[in-house]
Write a protein that binds this ligand. Sequence first.
Ligand code: FE2
Ligand code: FE2
Length: 218
Amino acid sequence: MTPETFVAELDSQNRSLLEKLGAKSAAGEAPGALTVRQLLKLALRNELEASELAALWMTDTPELDAKLALARQCGDEAKHYRWIEERLRGLGEDLSSFNPAAQGDSPLLKHLKGLRGTVERAAAGQFTREAIAVVRNDVFARFCEEKGDPETASLYREKIQPDEQHHHELGRKLLLKYAVTDDLQGKARAAAKRTLEVAEEVQEMARMKLGVCRAPGC
Ligand SMILES: [Fe+2]
Ligand SMILES: [Fe+2]
């Protein structure tokens, strides 16, 4: 199929799974003990991983436009890390001994690191993962408002979300340009699907084991 048809189909396939993911994140009552600070610390790990992955992929991505898109994303995610850190300090959190990489690579990062081609990466890491971020950040921003923290909500809505949306759109542009064969489209579809599956597994595990829901990021 044409890249346009392929991307439209992938988008609608992702949409229905994303709706489920967002609904699960927002489902039920959030535990009373769950705090914005706790979730922001989880966000730090996600932003660091997103930045690191973009840097890693940049080095062996041959297409110049994809390489530069990854460079921009790497910088944006590092910027998000700093913004969130700043907000946490504003909330009174001491991060001097906090190590966001203490638990090692997340299952999502492990999955994404295993992807090789530009099309698979654009489908999974940008088009899908960044769409997950947009959906989950929206749930998180609503949680912040419920908790009486409009400042964190507006950090997400006004500063972080436009970047994550931009990263998602970069994924779309790359797919439109490079997902030109059935083989590449098949690989992209599989990589995107697996990304959503891993994200859901991780999210549900966090809910069951740690009572964590409404978490931002990817
Ligand atoms: Fe980010
Ligand atoms: Fe992003």
